[in-house]
Design a protein around this ligand. Structure first.
Ligand code: NAP
Length: 347
């Protein structure tokens, strides 16, 4: 009989993580959410921001009380008051910007997708290892309390044998959304921005994939507008995953086992409500983690706190999102793109 309870998350309070002095590289949309999340929910401090334009850096610095604004990324990464660099540029630039910071001796938190492809990811991770520096993919969902409930439920065998994962992430962002998403040059498309969430979630639950089958529809610019993906594991488990930048989809997730299933409300990748349902459970068990009050990106504070704990401990990677897993995910996305026919310029 499945106990009718969900395990408690083990996630530490982000307020308790030791302070790091952050440098923000690329003051765009997510960098703004990140600065707000750090300011409102951690002891982390953004000490500098770097932009290709001094004016934009100054604007960001004024909005978030950041002491130093740099008009180049080179100046940012060599700022002695910066302990760690948060790379928040488009996917196409992540490799070069991460290498720039690493060569300047700075640990990095690199926005998802970590790079355009697995080869670039290896370059960054090898450089960080050679310099003895911490590096992590900013897959922020991994560090949220409700995702630790999923992790613990799996560790404790609460769901029995897990055979199926279902997750999707679609947002209406094309053709009237950010230009970045429509651009092959900036490694746009649904997969690297949105599809990465269900793929990463399936990776967390199922481990490595043995088989990947994908079908996609491309935009006239040649990036993926939507993709349906089936992943399989050596034991025969399946992940049914979808992504689209044409429409908002339910953005829910389910982990289905022989003794019960976990369902996460949309948007599953942010702090949300999680339910335990199924065989041997009298009533649904529901636990809610900061549902959508205001900005769900407040959840970014958990990944920043993880970086701070790791860097202070002298770790080179996070046990919650090891380098091998980032690489596996990049390899899976390479394979999905190969099947649907998306190549970025210069690949
Ligand atoms: N964690 C999340 O929930 C989340 C949400 C959204 C996006 N993201 C990720 O965050 C990254 C950035 O996304 P975003 O939506 O914040 O993008 P954005 O608003 O376009 O900002 C990107 C910034 O990068 C800089 N940049 C450097 N080289 C550039 C180039 N060649 N073209 C355009 N901009 C360039 C720009 O700043 P300057 O020119 O001023 O230096 C720009 O403001 C992506 O990897 C994306 O997948 C994560």
């Amino acid at each position: 009989m499945t106990p009718a309870t969900l395990p408690a998350p083990r996630t530490p309070d982000p307020m308790e993580a030791p302070t790091l002095r952050w440098g923000v590289l690329g003051p765009g949309n997510i960098a703004r959410s990140f600065a707000e999340a750090l300011r409102d929910g951690t002891r982390q401090v953004v000490t500098a921001v770097g932009s290709r334009s001094l004016e934009r850096a100054r604007g960001f610095a004024a909005d978030y009380d950041v002491p130093t604004a740099h008009g180049s990324y080179e100046e940012l990464v060599s700022d002695p008051d910066v302990d760690v660099v948060y790379i928040a540029s488009p996917h196409s630039e992540h490799r070069d910007h991460a290498l720039l910071a690493i060569e300047a001796g700075k640990p990095v938190l690199v926005e998802k997708a970590f790079t355009r492809n697995a080869a670039e990811a290896r370059e960054v991770l090898d450089a960080a290892a050679t310099r003895g520096l911490f590096a992590m993919e900013a897959m922020w969902s991994r560090f949220l309390p409700h995702i630790d409930v999923v992790r613990r439920s799996l560790e404790e065998g609460l769901l029995g044998d897990v055979h199926t994962v279902i997750a999707d992430h679609g947002q209406q962002l094309y053709p009237d959304g950010p230009e970045r998403l429509a651009s092959p040059l900036l490694a746009g498309g649904a997969l690297l921005d949105l599809g990465i969430y269900p793929l990463s979630f399936a990776g967390l639950v199922l481990g490595g994939f043995e088989g990947i089958t994908a079908t996609g529809t491309l935009t006239p610019e040649g990036v993926d507008a939507q993709i349906s993906i089936a992943v399989t594991t050596a034991s025969g488990a399946h992940g049914l995953l979808g992504t689209s930048m044409l429409t908002k989809t339910p953005t829910t997730a389910a982990v289905c086992g022989t003794r019960g299933r976990i369902e996460i409300d949309g948007d599953f990748y942010g702090p949300n409500t999680i339910r335990l349902r199924g065989t041997g459970i009298d009533a649904d068990v529901v636990d809610t983690f900061e549902p959508h009050e205001g900005d769900m990106h407040r959840g970014l504070r958990y990944e920043a706190a993880e970086v701070a704990r790791c860097v202070h401990a002298g770790a080179l990677e996070s046990a919650l999102l090891p380098h091998a897993e980032t690489l596996r995910l990049m390899e899976a996305m390479d394979e999905v793109r190969r099947q649907v026919g998306v190549r970025y310029p210069g690949e």
